[in-house]
Design a protein around this ligand. Structure first.
Ligand code: ADP
Ligand code: MG
Length: 145
């Protein structure tokens, strides 16, 4: 396991989108990222950038009513998880999560802490944080792994 850490400061949604796009451009098959941060911090903006970087034209939103949203038109399959509404961890088995987590696509998992025991040991993480002292639109994005 590597201990790389990268931090990117952004001051607009466009810059956060671009940070996501760069990740999408360089993603490798089987990459799994948890995506962490408070409501309204920019997780969806970042994820839309990731999709654009993979070459996905379809609109990407938070997968509110499904645990995983699958996009297959890009350079790699993109599996966008939001497990916020999971009732029981067995729901992950029901959707066949292993095919995604250990497959050849890129996984982004929101609310990963709710399924911590299922997250692959070599998963990387993306954390987006605000710092209101630095302005309303300031975000710091930390990528580890
Ligand atoms: P989340 O998915 O984390 O709940 P969203 O991506 O849906 O958050 O929303 C982020 C909101 O914050 C958007 O309204 C966006 O315009 C705004 N925003 C302001 N500054 C930034 C920034 N630097 N990066 C991302 N979003 C920003
Ligand atoms: Mg969102």
């Amino acid at each position: 396991m590597s201990n790389n850490m990268k931090q990117i400061v952004t001051n607009s949604p466009e810059e956060t989108f671009e940070a996501g796009r760069q990740l999408g451009l360089s993603a490798k098959p089987g990459d799994v990222y948890t995506l962490n941060g408070d409501l309204g911090v920019g997780k969806t903006v970042f994820t839309q950038g990731v999709a654009a970087g993979l070459g996905i034209k379809e609109h990407v939103n938070s997968p509110t009513f499904t645990i995983v949203q699958v996009y297959e038109e890009g350079r790699l399959p993109f599996y966008h998880f939001d497990v916020y509404r999971i009732g029981d961890i067995e729901e992950m088995d029901e959707i066949g999560y292993e095919d995604y987590f250990y497959g050849n696509g890129l996984c982004i998992i929101e609310w990963a802490e709710l399924i911590e025991e299922l997250i692959p040991a070599d998963a990387k993480s993306i954390t987006i944080e605000k710092n209101l002292e630095k302005g309303f639109d300031y975000r710091i994005i930390t990528i580890r792994g």
